[in-house]
Design a protein around this ligand. Structure first.
Ligand code: SAM
Length: 247
């Protein structure tokens, strides 16, 4: 997968050279290309922002450098166009389902903003040529979109074939479409069987796969009820069995 990121802080993306994502890049599974937005600002100060029309505090990112930058990046594509992802707190929520959808794309272009965001005409302009998604990573406001892009690239990158050591681990993750859709993963344990007087639940040492699976599902349901009750309400009743309903 190819990922382009246009930002006024390309150095913010150094963590993409580390761990799973860094290895995926080394192995050619993920091709990340960083671009400095100011390279497409032509005044002496390389200005990328201006005062908002209609007044109010803060500055808005100008359409001209963004337009030139996006055109330049898109022009390097062969046949396909990139799917453009614009991080913004006013976007649709970034979910595991969306991460999986993005993981199936050949090319993503992220446009993390600063200040009060990007002039809205940029999204309208590219929306006529390719898919443009305005996406939020949570109900809070960051200082800029770079951290949001790091979150999304990591969530998408780990789903690419060959990136995770054990591909099954993504299937059992919290939120994974299928059995874990709208569920949080329950507690996990490793050796030793007793630590500071706390014991690993006996069932996990039993070797009985069916009962362990049942226990894990019960714990996932309990944890979801405790931490995210609104997710339980969204569970598809057709995916519930008799035992689930007793909990
Ligand atoms: N005035 C904007 C609002 O209230 O919606 C917030 C602008 S924020 C200070 C600057 C930039 O940070 C945004 O344009 C976006 O790129 C990024 N950002 C902030 N919070 C975000 C979030 N929850 N999800 C995705 N991007 C976010």
């Amino acid at each position: 997968m190819r990922v382009d990121i246009i930002s006024i802080f390309p150095e913010y993306f150094a963590p993409l050279g580390v761990s799973l994502i860094g290895k995926a890049r080394e192995r050619g599974i993920l091709d990340v290309r960083l671009h400095q937005l100011r390279d497409w600002a032509h005044d002496v100060h390389r200005t990328v922002d201006d005062t908002p029309y209609g007044g109010g505090p803060g500055m808005v990112m100008k359409p001209d450098p963004w337009g030139e930058a996006i055109d330049a990046v898109l022009s390097t594509g062969q046949d396909a166009s990139a799917r453009i992802i614009v991080p913004t707190p006013s976007g649709v929520p970034f979910t595991q389902r969306l991460a999986m959808e993005y993981a199936a794309e050949p090319w993503l272009l992220f446009t993390p903003a600063r200040y009060e965001g990007i002039d809205s005409r940029v999204m309208v302009e590219y929306g006529t040529r390719t898919r443009v998604d305005e996406v939020s990573v949570g109900d809070y406001v960051l200082a800029g979109g770079e951290a949001a892009v790091l979150v999304m690239v990591e969530a998408v990158g780990r789903l690419l074939p060959g990136v995770l050591g054990n591909a099954c681990s993504a299937v059992d993750d919290s939120f994974a479409p299928g059995a874990m859709e709208n569920l949080l993963e329950g507690p996990v344990y490793t050796k030793p069987p007793e630590w500071r007087g706390h014991e690993v639940p006996e069932i996990l040492l039993s070797g009985h796969h069916g009962r362990i699976a049942r226990w894990r599902r019960d714990e996932a349901l309990r944890r979801t009820a405790r931490n995210r009750p609104e997710l339980l309400a969204a569970l598809d009743p057709r995916g519930l069995d008799k035992h689930d309903l007793k909990l």
